[in-house]
Write a new protein. Structure first.
Length: 349
């Protein structure tokens, strides 16, 4: 198989610059969960750090460990999943920032009793119900965190949350909960200096939600919101092209070496076009390991077909594919098989 995911590093640089300009003076955190949304976390973290990114959102300890090994102490690394006390201990050892929204995890911090206090960001549940301390439990939780500070096992440096980004009214209500939680934390004796509420969409659209830090994931990779403004309107460009190679040529169709096992949704067959040397052609069938595309004059074995990308060869973007099957662009890019090679290039092909 010669199919691959090709990542344009120059486009990534441009997206990082666009993010930095849009959210300033807030600091952008590059979120690299799911191996940087399938694009390859370590190469892109190195690139982002060279472009001035100082915060990485790693989600879990495994990703954080790889990031720390790649760029050393040049960045702050934020993680927010801790299945065990051992992972809490590992986070402290790796000098990470811990996003905590569960009293049991706070208790794990106390159990670890590390030589240096854990850097903690307390999470308030502002209504999304994903995780975080419920508002009615927040006063007791901040008192618990303050006691950990007095005991020397933790230092609360941040307050954070997620929001639904479903409607302005819902998000305004969530922000009111967040601001009340910030005040209550200070009244309990805490002194957090970092506050972060917004992810990609809110960080671009709503200045008041930016605070000190914004968490930007999909936008950095040029994945625009399904049903929202196109990436070009946001100043962003898709950084990846999913490329397949022609392996057979028939009169009416060609066969390419990529299928549903590689992450291509079978439900896209007959509903989209892919990019070919002759421009857009219909995607006719998606099999397990191979797919077929409407033929073009002069099609030859070895020709490249772009399944999704920035649109320069007539293909649809990842977000465009997502909209065809009622999902989001992140679902398209993170389904690409880790077995497919990632190729990093400087500029479009």
């Amino acid at each position: 198989m010669t199919a691959a995911l090709e990542i344009d590093l120059a486009a990534f640089d441009a997206n990082i610059a666009a993010v930095q300009a849009r959210v300033s003076p807030a600091e952008p955190m590059l979120v690299v969960k799911d191996d940087a949304y399938g694009h390859g976390a370590v190469p892109l973290v190195r690139r982002a750090v060279a472009a001035g990114i100082r915060w990485i959102g790693a989600y879990d300890i495994e990703t954080a460990r790889a990031v720390r090994a790649a760029v050393g102490g040049r960045v702050r690394i934020f993680v927010w999943t801790f299945p065990s006390v051992d992972e809490v201990a590992a986070a402290v050892d790796l000098d990470l920032d811990l996003g905590i929204g569960d009293r049991e995890v706070l208790e794990d911090v106390a159990r670890v009793g590390a030589e240096r206090p854990a850097r903690v960001h307390l999470k308030i549940d502002t209504g999304l119900h994903r995780n975080g301390f419920r508002p009615e439990d927040w006063p007791a939780s901040v008192r618990q965190a303050r006691q950990l500070e007095l005991d020397g096992t933790a230092r609360v440096v941040g307050i954070w949350s997620h929001i639904a980004e479903a409607s302005d009214a819902d998000d305004d209500a969530a922000r009111a909960v967040f601001d009340l939680a910030r005040r209550e934390a200070v009244e309990a004796g805490l002194g957090p200096s970092i506050h972060h509420l917004a992810a990609s969409a809110a960080s671009f659209a709503r200045r008041a939600f930016r605070y000190d830090l914004v968490r930007v994931g999909a936008y950095a990779y040029g994945v625009a919101p399904a049903g929202g403004p196109p990436g070009a309107d946001l100043g962003l460009v898709p950084i990846a092209r999913l490329i397949a190679t022609v392996t057979e040529v028939a009169r009416a169709e060609v066969v390419v070496d990529i299928g549903s096992f590689d992450g291509l949704f079978s439900t896209l067959a007959g509903r989209t076009a892919v990019g070919t040397p002759a421009g857009p052609r219909a995607l006719l069938r998606v099999g397990h390991t191979e797919s077929s595309v409407a033929a073009w004059p002069g099609a030859a074995i070895g020709d490249s077909v772009v399944i999704y990308g920035p649109g320069t060869h007539g293909e649809t973007t990842a977000t465009g594919l997502a909209e065809l099957i009622d999902t989001i662009g992140e679902e398209i890019v993170t389904r690409v098989s880790p077995d497919l090679p990632r190729r990093y290039v400087e500029g479009p092909a």
